[in-house]
Design a protein around this ligand. Sequence first.
Ligand code: TXA
Ligand code: MG
Length: 327
Amino acid sequence: MAGTLPRTERLSADSAGLARAGALLAAGGLVAFPTETVYGLGADARNGRAVARIFAAKGRPAFNPLIVHVPGLEEARELAHFNDAALALARAFWPGPLTLVLPIRKGAGLSPLVSAGLDSVAIRVPGLALARDLLARAGGPVAAPSANPSGRISPTCADHVLAGLEGRIDAVLDGGPAPVGLESTIIGFDPHPVLLRPGGLAVEEVTRVLGAPPEAHQGGVNAPGQLGSHYAPAAPMRLNVQVPRPGERLLGFGPVSGPVEAVLNLSPTGNLEEAAANLFGHLHRLDRAGDAPIAVSPIPEAGLGRAINDRLRRAAAPRGSGAPAVG
Ligand code: TXA
Ligand code: MG
């Protein structure tokens, strides 16, 4: 299965499609699959050659660690040591858009490429039942970064996956649009809980279960997807714009007034869940539609708004800023 593949199968979300996707994963293939957050590019996490193909297909410039996906907490505990806070979070939010970074258990059997040689591993149990069905059929842990070429916007539907990776992966399981639309929230432990990436689970929810907010991430390169330009459309972007300039396309949020109608609106009613679900799809559409600059309406820095603003700041960052774009 080495080298460029002649074509990518589009599999339907039925038992035949699931069986095919599971068999491809078990045989060391690369299968993109839906989760509630974004589509992931999956490979058997115990098979080093299969995992290496993920990096090649994405053009990921370095071996950055990947998230391991399992069907349940029981399988997760076979791979990593859970502290009390991690267990409380897993019980509250799994299956769901939360990733925990924990010490790898000896004998877990994961390829060292998955964790980039670190002694910790990022794990999650996806909220979408279709994803858990596939994981159960794969018969083992599945490593999966977002299914986009490195540095591009994360895919929230099968068409996005094919637009970026057609011919470079074996198959995509088409489960329709990803309902959350933002990557998972990542929490690590130092040993106190640390927010490594805001995402599809609001930090306020994490705080409610922990009884205190997670610490802010202090620099370092623990979550390299955190740094610099990322999730980038080709067009320049300006954020927190009340009134767009002539020639700019407006990505709106909430009721938009002024000289220009919103070209696309993340949520005309100002609903953050709806905006999160629309974010990457709208960025993909603006990216495909041309290279005129994009102006984005202000979005409140609360709940899922934090993760939305995080992704927008990355999309607007000067290209090549910070660490090389990854993810
Ligand atoms: O929602 C999601 O999380 C999606 C879906 C497919 O599950 N996956 C995803 O994966 O966003 P990716 O590779 O695009 O982002 C994974 C992030 C990266 O920023 C990586 O650096 C961080 O997780 N990460 C992985 N393992 C880590 C570890 N051992 N320590 C610290 N950060 C880690
Ligand atoms: Mg990514």
